[in-house]
Design a protein around this ligand. Structure first.
Ligand code: 5GP
Length: 182
């Protein structure tokens, strides 16, 4: 199997992309992880410059305008997210393996500009398991629940656009499979 230096990891909401990339961050230091910019506020434990670069909407708009982002998207209709272009180009120029963990809209944009990357879809072990993770303990109303399921169905349908599918049945196993492709 051919190996790839730039890997883009995407998949449906709640599939565990963040957990898999955190595992890679801790256990595969040879892989460079892109740090996205976002307009959402940090969650407890998140470190600026490590998990994200937290910026205000004006700074995000400036970066977009100045062409500093490789891709960008509004996720869940709430906050903007984007991948700074320069660090990705520098990591690749330095001969490093690079991983982008982004949403589906972002993955499609990267495919347009860097088609040589490997596009990996992280899938849930089953549709039922994804529904369980999404709907959780049923704290959302019926409408919110239906909205999430509709989004998840659309996201699952995007699987065929990807080069490889990795099933997130176990975080460690999925992360190791991901690193083995690089
Ligand atoms: P969270 O706010 O939970 O950290 O991330 C929400 C979603 O945003 C996840 O699906 C994550 O993959 C996506 N995301 C994180 N960074 C980026 C980015 O730079 N670009 C895009 N398009 N999506 C991102």
């Amino acid at each position: 199997m051919s190996r790839h230096r730039l890997v883009v990891l995407a998949g449906p909401t709640a599939v565990g992309k963040g957990t898999v990339s955190s595992y890679v961050r801790e256990h595969a230091p040879e892989v460079w992880l892109s740090v996205s910019v976002t307009t959402r506020p940090p969650r407890p434990g998140e470190v600026d410059g490590v998990h994200y670069h937290f910026v205000d909407p004006a700074e995000f708009a400036r970066m977009q305008r100045d062409g500093e982002l490789l891709e960008s998207a509004v996720v869940h209709g709430r906050a903007s997210y984007g991948t700074p272009r320069r660090p990705v180009e520098e990591a690749l120029a330095a001969g490093r393996m690079a991983l982008l963990e982004i949403d589906l809209q972002g993955a499609r944009q990267v495919r347009d500009v860097m088609p040589e990357a490997l596009f990996v879809f992280l899938a849930p072990p089953s549709w039922e398991e994804l529904v369980r993770r999404l709907v959780g303990r049923g704290t959302e109303g019926e409408e919110e629940r239906e909205a999430r399921l509709t989004t998840a169905r659309l996201e699952m349908a995007a699987q065929k656009e990807f080069d490889v599918t990795i099933v997130n049945d176990d975080v460690r196993r999925a992360a190791e499979e991901l690193v083995s492709l690089m």
